[in-house]
Structure formats: structure tokens, C-alpha cells
Ligand binder design. Structure first.
Ligand code: 0WD
Length: 256
């Protein structure tokens, strides 16, 4: 039985209806899961609540969580523990780098820009997983979102590529730690999709065009495809799979 009925998942990183986190939320909702949302700051609260109101379920749990702040993470998960108790998984769909660092040459990355990207895009997975673990008393599954730019050079992706490499490695070390508690953790390496964050990457249009021209499927992927693969990774369909990176990218990553 691969229904998620009776299971509860935390979705982090819904900024608007284009967010990959929103694609994941819709897929989990379809599968019958109970959802909890976290958002960066009060500025995002209304849009998350408005979107959640369009789901099949009535979502009542929304928490502010700025992943650059340990106290904010601790507070969010303490509240979730108090209000909900047990969770069965989590979708980490968060990244940030300064726009100036997502164009030109990588060598010009400042120390601050380097640290910020790693702090919010990679360390956050470690901090969030540590806080979520005690709530996953029945075992669980965590999914994060990564990108090919962490495995090889993608023009303009620069510091975010280096941060994704750190995220990928962090995910694997976490898999080794969390496995003892029957918690799995995997990453989806999504092909480029137009979102708020993607707008920050220099010349994003030509990255999309390249996929349409060269990827085996000759098209870009959709938010729904990221959602259905996250459903696979967050459900028992993927039991036995941990520490893995699944490329949901029309096959682009196999090209040399
Ligand atoms: O092409 C793409 N769009 C791809 C995105 C290809 C491959 C991977 N990804 C990754 C991104 O790198 C990121 O890790 O997917 C993840 C989600 O990004 P997205 O859906 O493309 O972008 P967006 O809709 O802007 O969501 C990013 C979220 C926002 O959501 P909330 O509701 O939390 O505000 O990251 C959030 C940002 O605000 N965010 C933070 N959340 C908490 N604490 C922070 C922070 N300090 N900084 C940014």
C-alpha cells in the first residue's frame, strides 16, 4: 500500500506557485499525506497559506523557519513536536546565493558570498535533519533538491554549484547517520525549471534551450515531475534507497 494516508510531512521552501516545493506539496496531498509548511519570513506567510488553501486537505500547520538561524529552526521543530508530534518525512527545497555571484567568473566569489551560499543551501540540510530526526520515531524519509552544477561546471551557476556539491556530500553523510533510526535521505537533481530562485541565475533561458535541444527527452522537466519523484522517495515505494541522487532532468546528465 503506497498511499500516504495517516502520514505527516514537512514541506520547506514554498515561495509561490512555481516553487518546486509546491510541486512536491501537491503530489503528497494527492497521495493523502498530511502536510505542514514552513516559510522564510512573515512576508511569505500569506502566499503559502493561500496556496495551501487550494489543496484537498485543510492545512492548519504553518511555521516560520529561517534556516540561517539555529534558533528559528529549533523553535519551528519544537512547535511542530508540540502541535503534531510524529512526522514521517520532510522536503528541503531551500537555496540562496547572492545574485552577483551567479554570473561572470567563479574566481570572483567573495568570502561572504561563498559562506552565505553554503550556510543556507547546504548547512541548512544538516541543521534541519538534526532537528527533524527526533520527530521521526516511526522511521522517515527526507528529500532535498540539488542540481547538476554541483557535479560539473555549468556556466554562471558558480558558487551555487559549489554549495550543491556540499549539499550532495552532506546528504550522503546524513544518510549514514540517520539510517540507524530507519530514516532515509535522498536528493532529486532537478533539470532547470523557471522559478523565483532560477531568475537569479545569469542567462537561465539559454540553459533551458540547451535542455530542449540536447537532453534525451528533448524537453525540460515540470514541477509535477519533481513532485511525483519526491512522492516516490518519501513513500515506501523507495524503501531500501538512501544516500542517492536521482536525476529528474530529461536524461541530460548522461551526456558527456
Ligand atoms: O531550476 C530550478 N528551479 C532548480 C531548482 C533546479 C535544481 C534544483 N533547484 C533547487 C534550488 O536550488 C532549491 O534548493 O530547488 C530548490 C527550490 O528552489 P525553487 O523552487 O527553484 O525556488 P523558489 O521558489 O524561489 O524557492 C526557494 C525557497 C523560498 O521559499 P520560502 O517559502 O521558504 O520563502 O528557499 C527559500 C525561499 O524563500 N529560502 C529560505 N528559506 C528559509 N530560510 C531561506 C532561508 N534563510 N533562503 C531562501
Amino acid at each position: 500500500n503506497f498511499s500516504l494516508e495517516g502520514r505527516t510531512y514537512v514541506v520547506m521552501g514554498v515561495a509561490n506557485k512555481r516553487s518546486l516545493a509546491w510541486g512536491i506539496a501537491k503530489a503528497l496531498d494527492e497521495a493523502g499525506a498530511n502536510l505542514i509548511f514552513t516559510y522564510l519570513s512573515p512576508r511569505f506567510e500569506k502566499s503559502v497559506r493561500d496556496l495551501a488553501a487550494t489543496l484537498n486537505q485543510e492545512v492548519t500547520h504553518f511555521y516560520e523557519c529561517d534556516v540561517s538561524d539555529d534558533q528559528s529552526i529549533e523553535q519551528a521543530f519544537a512547535s511542530i513536536k508540540e502541535d503534531v508530534g510524529i512526522i514521517h518525512g520532510l522536503a528541503h527545497c531551500i537555496a540562496f546565493a547572492d545574485k552577483d555571484d551567479l554570473k561572470g567568473e567563479f574566481k570572483n566569489t567573495s568570502r561572504d558570498g561563498f559562506l552565505t551560499a553554503h550556510n543556507i543551501s547546504a548547512y541548512s540540510l544538516v541543521a534541519v535533519s538534526r532537528q527533524a530526526e527526533p520527530l521521526m520515531t516511526e522511521g522517515g524519509s527526507i528529500v532535498t533538491l540539488t542540481y547538476l552544477g554541483g557535479e560539473r561546471v555549468v556556466q554562471n551557476y558558480n558558487i551555487m554549484g559549489v554549495a550543491k556539491a556540499s549539499l550532495d556530500a552532506s546528504m550522503k553523510y546524513l544518510a549514514n547517520d540517520l539510517g540507524k533510526a530507519n530514516i532515509r535521505i535522498n536528493a532529486i537533481s532537478a533539470g532547470p525549471i523557471r522559478t523565483l530562485s532560477a531568475k537569479g541565475v545569469g542567462d537561465f533561458n539559454s540553459i533551458l534551450k540547451e535542455i530542449e535541444a540536447k537532453a534525451p527527452l528533448r524537453r525540460t522537466v515540470t514541477q509535477e515531475e519533481v513532485g511525483s519523484n519526491a512522492y516516490y522517495l518519501l513513500s515506501d515505494l523507495s524503501s531500501g534507497v538512501t544516500g542517492e541522487i536521482i536525476h529528474v532532468d530529461s536524461g541530460y546528465s548522461i551526456l558527456g
